[in-house]
Design a protein around this ligand. Structure first.
Ligand code: FAD
Length: 441
């Protein structure tokens, strides 16, 4: 059954049977960013979202300058006056010391990051897409792609929408669907595009606490994460813990782990791990069961472009659905938005054309994604494995982590903030390392 479309859909680029030019499934950072760019280019965009805004999303709520750049590019007012809680860098704790590193000055990225609850951020992004002209349809859960029986091409999506206690089936058609439905990647899964086991996957869990250090000007990250479930054999996990002051009297505290280690065997109790790590943090943060404002919650971190192919006729995979999380630092918002910009660019070109020319534009998306992220993610996956190796970390703790210069280079690498056009040695070294790494796709 086809539901009637909501507001005034324009003529759909020569397809009177379509409900939109582009269907975007999921209004997280990827979906709302893509929808905004597409709508600004004059396309009729149907943005389907299972939740209603504002809604919670399990996240660390941290934005590096890379994420801020995306928001600024989108036209979002990111000033303190507009309510943003800026931070000036990262405090990295490891090897028994804590080093404060300001975000680098660069032509490409701003010199500030921010924290913003996802309930807020995602609402703002969805409203931005709506203001640009995208038709947001909340309470609409997509259960799978609709494919052409003869060609297998994705021609739309099906699912159900909720109104009170009622649930009614819906389906929508469009020449192009963007799967921006996050780590579940339900649309991609429905056409058999599964996660790759040869690429990294992480798990992260977080909890909010009231804290006297809520106004910390730095995002604090702890590079050493010990799993002490078996006290006789503590294991150093490849991941890090964080304490991000939210600027409202609370802090977002969590940890992320690459799930390629003993954690992968399903033996790690992530909430328990978080509880024991928090218990070992300095008392002045005031983090305890008494100051927790809610339960711990976690989710998967799909990394290193771990779902391919990201194009299939009629469909593109964007953001977490494509596995765009940075394997080195678990950052996902910036990359979800960057992949959305690339996907929207290909879609805008494709939708202005017909036949093979359209397909060529759409099929170029994975190539562009690999050009943008493939080499860095290959390098990042290798470095993440090294960091996960206890003997490497032992040497790093003794000789590297306590040194400010080493840490500053590590920050640029981990946060992907180096700028090849900068003359600095560390930027040039990191740019060369990235260039020499083979790409992923
Ligand atoms: C504990 C944790 C901490 C993290 N901390 C950070 C951090 O501090 N900074 C950072 O940059 N990244 C962080 N990340 C990663 C970041 O949250 C994700 O990479 C980012 O949200 C990806 O954006 P997205 O738009 O691709 O997906 P999502 O944000 O997951 O958005 C997907 C949207 O699709 C909707 N949806 C899903 N399925 C359907 C369906 N079937 N039908 C309709 N709608 C659907 C969802 O409701 C959601 O709105 C963290 C992740 C976790 C788990």
């Amino acid at each position: 059954m086809r539901a009637p479309t909501t507001t005034g859909a324009a003529a759909h680029r020569g397809r009177p049977d379509a409900d939109a030019d582009v269907i975007v499934v999921g209004a997280g950072p990827a979906g709302s960013t893509a929808a905004t760019h597409l709508a600004r280019a004059g396309l009729d965009v149907l943005l389907l979202e299972k939740a209603t805004f504002p809604r919670e999303k399990v996240c660390g709520d941290g934005l590096t300058p890379r994420g801020m750049k995306q928001l600024i590019d989108l036209g979002v007012d990111c000033s303190r006056a507009a309510g943003w809680v800026h931070n000036r860098g990262l405090r990295v704790v490891g090897g028994g010391v804590g080093v404060e590193l300001d975000w680098p000055t660069s032509a490409v990225f701003p010199d500030f990051g921010a924290v913003r609850p996802r309930a807020d951020l995602d609402d703002l992004l969805a409203r931005t897409a709506q203001r640009a002209g995208a038709r947001l349809r909340e309470n609409t859960t997509v259960t799978g792609a609709v494919t052409d029986e003869r060609t297998g091409r994705v021609v739309g999506v099906a699912g159900h929408e909720r109104a009170g206690t009622d649930r009614r089936p819906v389906s929508f058609r469009a020449p192009l669907t963007l799967s921006c439905d996050g780590v579940s990647a339900r649309v991609a899964q429905s056409v058999g595009i599964t996660r790759r086991d040869d690429r990294p996957m992480g798990v992260a869990v977080r909890r909010y606490f009231t804290s006297p250090r809520s106004d910390d000007a730095y995002l604090e990250t702890h590079l050493e994460l010990w799993d002490r479930a078996d006290p006789a054999h503590p294991a150093l996990l490849p991941g890090y813990g964080w304490v991000f002051g939210m600027g409202d009297g609370t802090a977002n505290v969590g940890l992320g782990v690459l799930s390629t280690t003993r954690a992968a065997g399903g033996r790690t109790d992530y909430r328990g791990l978080l509880a024991s790590w928090v218990a070992g943090l300095p008392g002045e943060w005031g983090l305890s069961e008494q100051t927790a404002t809610g339960p711990a919650a976690g989710a998967g971190l799909p990394m290193g472009l771990n779902r391919t192919p990201q194009y299939r006729p009629g469909m593109l995979l964007v953001g977490d659905a494509a596995g765009t999380v940075n394997p080195l630092n678990g950052e996902g918002i910036a990359y979800a938005m960057e992949s959305a910009v690339l996907a929207a660019g290909c879609a805008i070109q494709g939708m202005a054309r017909e036949g093979a020319s359209r397909e060529a534009a759409l099929a170029s998306y994975p190539v562009r994604l690999a050009e943008a992220l493939g080499r860095y993610y290959r390098l990042g996956t290798a470095v993440a494995r090294l960091v996960g190796n206890p003997s490497v970390m032992r040497v790093a703790r003794r000789h590297g982590l306590p040194r400010r210069t080493v840490m500053a280079v590590l920050l640029k690498l981990m946060a992907n903030l180096y700028d090849p056009s900068e003359g600095g040695l560390s930027d040039r070294v990191l740019a060369t390392m990235t260039r020499l790494s083979p790409s992923l796709n």
